[in-house]
Design a protein around this ligand. Sequence first.
Ligand code: PLP
Length: 372
Amino acid sequence: SATKKIFNFSAGPCVLPQEVLKQAQAEMLDWRGSGVSVMEMSHRSKEFIEIAETAERDFRELMDLPKTGYQVFFFQGGASMQFSAIPYNLLGGEKKFGQYLTTGAWSESAIKEAKKISSPVEIWPTSGGKFNTVAPSADWQISKEAAYFHYCDNETIHGVEFPQEFPFDLVPEGQPLICDMSSNFCSRPVSWDKYGVVYAGAQKNVGPAGVCISVIRDDLIGTHMRKDTPLLFDWKQFRDAPTKMHNTPACYPIYVAGLNLAYMKRIGGLPHLEAEAKRKSSLLYDFIDASSEYYSNPVDVKYRSRMNIPFRVKKDDKLEAKFLKEAQEHGLIELKGHRSVGGCRASIYNAMPYEGVEALVNFMKKFRDENQ
Ligand code: PLP
């Protein structure tokens, strides 16, 4: 078509693969001869149960999740609802607090929620809130008494991501490790045997907003739950419900996420997605570093995110406003940094094509040359 090519660098909800959107479009009015749209189906119908079960199966295969030992849930309420649900589900036993590693805005949100009903401890209490690196693990203040250990694998706002291997040996033995993987989920393998709970809002790498995928180890469900746990936070209630649907799930987002999970498997799975994430993010970081008198990224190289890349244009707010305006005119949209940190941010999730990052780098070169 004659429409201008748009590259969407939004941090979320973000771009989905064209193939997935087209498939959803083709099936929207009549899902595979059923005569109804997925939006109109009962969540108890055999058709929708098949859709949800296929999505779970594709997720398990894509992520190489062990066949037994973990439950997969498609919860509503986003990743934020899981911040709240975690302390309720895990602090009803003898251990009354969790420990939190805060490396950016989202892990701060998680501990803030826990503070409402408990006294969580901070593993890195002196972070200072700048969040452009992570304290050396020798400086982590680790509690052996905590009920769980929570961290965020990729901080969407600050652009701080843990390298592939988190220092798992620092987590006290027997203490469940809980991870918010919202913004880098399905972009590299997960060492499942190290985790108690992994949760991720779908709206970055997986599907439309409205569904949060939570992977929860069997022994953590219903065993340490507070008695006052609200119904929709209650993992056991969902596990025990028919097809794990206690109430109406976000049917349509689950369906589209399922299409994307199958698509991600088809195009080569995690090895392909991981290699692409490296290739795309390196292209942008290498350019930023090569023009460091003009563009800058504040994050310690070891913790630079492959998914969210905050950057400044000459550290000049006015120039950044011009940059954002002209970028938009070039079809490069949603490059504004989060309101809490300012500047610019390019989010390059799984569905961002390499050519989108190339277009961004070419624009950045041109802008630099024209605005010396
Ligand atoms: N955690 C991370 C790392 C995020 O990036 C976000 C949203 O951007 C959230 C949690 C909150 O997710 P939700 O909006 O699904 O509650």
